[in-house]
Ligand binder design. Structure first.
Ligand SMILES: C[S@@+](CC[C@H](N)C(=O)[O-])C[C@H]1O[C@@H](n2cnc3c(N)ncnc32)[C@H](O)[C@@H]1O
Length: 390
């Protein structure tokens, strides 16, 4: 499918949201976001739509270039060696259109066919539309790939992988007013969807900030991703032995809830335009919030997940050999214009100063694997120098 012109308005979803608001006297922002993204028929991720890439609403690292997946494949191979078993399971949750899975399996098939033959790649995907896009894209790897539910991973040994999954979980919105923590509810006024600040319906939000030891300051708005905590706790319990590798944009809690971040991090994406208005075109735009990596680490530790690595995407990719891989790819490109275009494309993956290289972080947690020296953690000073003449 090309553009999304015919599906940029979802009157049925808006009617459903208004009905829920009328029935319940307002709904929490988290419930509103869940309806917008995951309503079974009309939700942004559930209904047919080109979401990722030039024709869609946003790019992800895996849609920028296959090198992202190729480098990740190196880390997965090392994880396979560390586990030292015959089979290695990669379980990717929220794989979108399957770009990353394709690039990882292509790289493994090419660079280590023996390991490729021992890999089972499971996809956990909520969206029927994405499941069918994944099946099409992964055509040539179908003998290695399967789809399952998260709970089916019970006892798995391998790596649970995700790229931009957690930022797509529905979040609660809170504001600190006159010393009190209030929650954003969505209501209707004069025919418009509008916000109302109310005492939270559950203690869970205040408890969350006590547990974290950080909270938004007076006057600030912030998001609380309780679903992220439930998710990592479940993944940690399900994993028999192995790793959880999470890539997403976000910060440690102290930075996420820093006083200067007055309006939080909630953002919407529609055809490569960003906006901070989640009430525009419900169901036709992506809504996301930055991830709290402290909460993921801490909740994980409670279920036996040991934090092994946390760093910016550029460091992670450098550790896995980004520079040598770039040089190799360039050497294969005889046309100087195309070589330059390649450099510019790849630069996106490691751009600092608000680019993907810095905004995106990678967290690796381990269970039953000790504290191995991961390839991705190689310090820049320890990396081999590129050949002269570059
Ligand atoms: C922003 S997209 C990321 C796509 C992909 N990982 C990439 O990098 O191109 C979020 C993905 O997570 C999926 N998703 C969201 N919540 C999920 C859940 N609870 N279980 C499984 N998949 C989920 C969405 O359907 C979508 O495929």
């Amino acid at each position: 499918m090309r553009g999304n012109e015919a599906i940029d308005s979802k009157p049925q979803l808006e009617a459903e949201i208004r009905r829920r608001i009328a029935d319940e006297g307002g709904i929490s922002f988290a419930d509103y976001m869940a309806l917008c993204l995951y309503h079974p028929e009309y939700g942004y991720y559930m209904a047919p739509r080109t979401r990722i890439g030039k024709e869609g609403d946003f790019f992800t690292s895996s849609s920028v270039h296959s090198l992202f997946g190729r480098l990740l494949a190196r880390q997965l191979r090392q994880m396979g060696e560390i586990l030292g078993k015959d089979d290695f399971t990669i379980a990717e949750q929220g794989a979108g259109e399957g770009h990353l899975c394709l690039d990882i399996l292509d790289a493994l098939a090419e660079e280590d066919p023996e390991f490729y033959g021992r890999v089972r790649y499971l996809l956990v995907e909520i969206s029927p539309d994405n499941r069918s896009r994944q099946r099409q894209r992964l055509d040539r790897h179908l003998p290695r790939v399967d789809w399952c539910r998260l709970e089916d991973l019970q006892g798995m040994e391998g790596c649970v992988l995700s790229n931009e999954l957690i930022d797509a979980f529905p979040v609660h919105l809170v504001e600190k007013r006159d010393g009190e923590l209030l929650e954003v509810y969505v209501t209707e006024s004069a025919g418009e969807l509008t916000e109302e600040l109310r005492p939270p319906a559950t203690e869970a939000l205040a408890d969350h900030f006590h547990w974290l030891g950080v909270a938004p300051v007076e006057g600030n708005r912030a998001e609380v991703n309780l679903e992220a905590r439930r998710w990592v706790a479940e993944v940690g319990r399900l994993l028999g032995r192995g790793f959880v590798l999470t890539v997403d944009y976000g910060y440690p809690a102290a930075e996420l809830y820093a006083p200067f971040r007055r309006n939080g991090t909630l953002m919407c994406y529609h055809r490569h335009c960003s906006s901070d208005d989640p009430y525009r075109n419900p169901g036709a735009q992506d809504i996301t919030a930055h991830v709290d990596f402290t909460a993921l680490e801490r909740e994980g530790e409670g279920v036996g997940l040991v934090p092994l690595y946390f760093g910016e995407q550029y460091r992670f990719l450098m550790g896995l050999g980004f520079v040598e891989a770039l040089i190799e790819l360039q050497a294969r490109e005889s046309d100087p214009k195309r070589a330059q275009a390649l450099r510019l494309t790849l630069k996106n993956l490691i751009m600092p100063d608000g680019g993907m290289g810095e905004t995106f972080k990678v967290l690796v947690q381990g269970k039953g694997v000790g504290r191995p020296d991961l390839l991705c953690a190689r310090a820049l000073r320890d990396l081999p120098l590129p050949p002269l003449g570059m």
